[in-house]
Design a protein around this ligand. Structure first.
Ligand SMILES: [Zn+2]
Length: 291
């Protein structure tokens, strides 16, 4: 029966077959997005290289690159980090309008949650790839793995990037590398800076984890495992003398009173480690589906 053909007289008959509201369980309580304290613990600007600063929190990276024509922010952390990022710009002697460009690693709430607010406050342009732009425009909704579980203020991209493209602002030059897996739009960024007086290739490489993801027969992302494999290989071959990651501990960094890489990790080892973990997860999922 087509809905429009239901008459008022027929309704009581239809409703009689439906369980009364009091017999149904209440709808679930909404749950906030709870995260570890370190993710919410702000840091003062910590110098990583001559023009590269960590201005986010102990557990989430927000990189500020300072150049002659303004600054670039890569990742902003969670929504509640926005004011802190703006304050840290001030600590470094920058005005909000000095932030010209916003880049990021992947479009989950813990890395881009603050970007809409930072963009409003600074007028910076946002550059990202098509996959991430779509997810950011919907504020993280309808995520392949999390559904509507982790939302944030929607973000409008100003520029769509392609794999291997260079992004420049004055004397700052970065290259983007697409490394799909953790999200279809995951990215790595590489650029050159000075560390201890030496020209150094920095690589900011996205998470390579698959937290709780369905890897086998995922109808929303059938090629997810192949994408990870391609990305592992791509990460191994990045120009990478100093690796930094969205969650600092993943690359051995400790952000407290200083930025210190306690256990330096190469891009190759970062990819190897992630690959072993994914294989184990795949094995467990296979066993689970057999049993
Ligand atoms: Zn994520």
């Amino acid at each position: 029966m087509h809905f429009s053909t239901i008459t008022a007289a027929a309704l009581p008959v239809l409703l009689a077959g439906i369980t009364s509201a009091t017999e149904l369980d209440p709808l679930p309580q909404l749950e906030a997005y709870k995260v570890p304290k370190s993710w919410r613990q702000p840091v003062t600007p910590l110098r990583i290289a001559a023009n590269t600063w960590q201005i986010g929190t102990e557990g989430i990276t927000a990189l500020l690159l300072t150049g002659r024509e303004g600054a670039i922010l890569i990742d902003g952390g969670m929504a509640q980090t926005a004011d802190h990022l703006l304050a840290n710009l001030g600590v470094l002697g920058l005005q909000p309008a000095d932030l010209k460009l916003i880049l990021h690693s992947h479009a989950h709430a813990d890395h881009v949650g603050s970007l809409a607010a930072v963009q409003r406050a600074t007028g910076a342009r946002i550059a990202t790839n098509a996959e991430s732009a779509l997810l950011m425009a919907r504020g993280g909704a309808n995520d392949i793995h999390f559904g509507d579980g982790i939302l944030y203020s929607p973000i409008q991209a100003d520029r769509i990037l392609h794999h291997g493209e260079e992004v420049a602002l004055g004397n700052l030059h970065l290259r983007v590398h697409f490394i799909p897996g953790h999200t279809p739009g995951s990215m790595a960024w590489t650029w050159q800076d000075i560390v201890d007086g030496n020209k150094t290739q920095l690589a900011y490489v996205d998470s390579l984890s698959a937290p709780g993801y369905q890897l086998i027969n995922n109808s929303r992302y059938p090629d997810i495992v192949q994408d990870y494999q391609t990305s592992f290989e791509r990460v191994r071959n990045l120009p990478c003398e100093l690796l930094i990651t969205p969650h600092p501990a993943a690359s051995g960094w400790l952000f407290e009173n200083t930025a210190t890489q306690k256990t330096p990790l190469s891009c190759k080892h970062y990819a190897d480690k992630a690959e072993r973990k994914l294989q184990a997860q795949l094995e467990a999922e296979r066993k689970g589906s057999e049993g």
